[in-house]
Design a protein around this ligand. Structure first.
Ligand code: G1P
Length: 291
């Protein structure tokens, strides 16, 4: 079986849940303590054995390209001042195989993924959404790759969400739990109202798909929101072959909305060696004031 080496990161969305901050700044560049969210996603990809990454961008997303480019002037400046730790941190993302593609018109996640067809070729690949952070002992992307190596089938990640939130996600209609946390799926539904939702298992931002998704995407009609939905194409793929759902049991952080971003920064801050002690004390003091 071929090793999974390619990932695509769709980052062309407008970030409307975070306006006005995202008017000029891509939501994927919002900081998680000291790194943009998209860097943490790239780190997850690399920790999972991915070697080639295509980031799908749109207008106003140049900061992402600059972030993954080297910055010689800054590097020379830090070097001359002996700021070795800082220099190390800015060079961390140099030399990676990261490619960029522009989605000309925002027309849904399915359309964004479709633009990656020639990058992907014939091999299975992963999709990692640019504002969903997942933490677990084994990176979620690696969990999907391990599952694929056992089943040979497309697999996407799902997680239990509160029932009233199903209208924010793609939701699965599970047929049977075939092994611990791995589901056979009857069908996939994009953003159902809670009263129509077939379960509370929501699709979160990691997918491992076989390349036949591209022919399906070509023939997928606009769905929810009049956009080409990846979930609809996956539903078709599942009818032609098989798409499993793997239940993620770790922590998920949605950095693309205001509350989610604040929460992410507090939790990642509490684990960050430079700021954790100070932040912990601050939160304790603040809690006393709020009582
Ligand atoms: C997209 C997908 C949805 C999925 C979600 C996960 O929606 O269309 O199926 O559940 O990502 O974050 P979006 O958040 O782009 O509206």
């Amino acid at each position: 079986m071929k090793k999974i080496k390619k990932a695509i990161i769709p980052a062309a969305g407008l970030g409307t849940r975070f306006l006005p901050e995202t008017k000029a700044m891509p939501k994927e560049m919002l900081p998680v303590v000291d790194k943009p969210a998209i860097q943490l996603i790239v780190e997850e990809a690399i920790a999972s054995g991915i070697t080639d990454i295509l980031i799908i961008i749109g207008k106003g997303k140049r900061a992402i390209e600059d972030h993954f480019d080297s910055n010689t002037e800054l590097e020379l400046n830090l070097e001359s001042k002996g700021k070795d730790e800082m220099l190390k941190s800015v060079k961390e993302t140099n030399g990676l195989n990261i490619y960029f593609k522009r989605q000309e018109h925002p027309n849904g996640l399915g359309d964004a993924v479709h633009t990656a067809k020639s990058f992907v070729g014939e091999d299975p690949f992963v999709i990692m959404l640019g504002d969903d952070l997942m933490t677990d002992e084994t990176p979620l992307t690696k969990q999907l790759i391990d599952s694929y190596e056992e089943t040979g089938s497309s697999t996407l990640a799902v997680m239990k969400v509160p029932h009233e939130d199903t209208s924010k996600y793609g939701v699965i209609n599970p047929a049977k739990e075939v092994s611990d946390g791995l589901y056979d799926v009857t069908n996939f539904v994009e953003k159902p109202n809670p009263e129509d939702a077939p379960s509370d298992l929501a699709i979160i931002g990691r997918y491992l798909l076989t390349a036949d998704i591209f022919d399906i995407l070509e023939n997928t009609k606009p769905g929810k929101g009049n956009e080409i939905q990846l979930t609809d194409a996956i539903d078709t793929l599942n009818k032609k072959g098989k798409v499993y759902a793997h239940e993620f049991k770790g922590d998920r952080y949605d950095t693309g909305n205001k509350f989610g971003w604040l929460q992410t920064n507090i939790e990642f801050g509490l684990k960050h060696p430079e700021v954790s002690d100070e932040l912990k004390q601050y939160i304790k003091d603040l809690a006393k004031k709020l009582d």
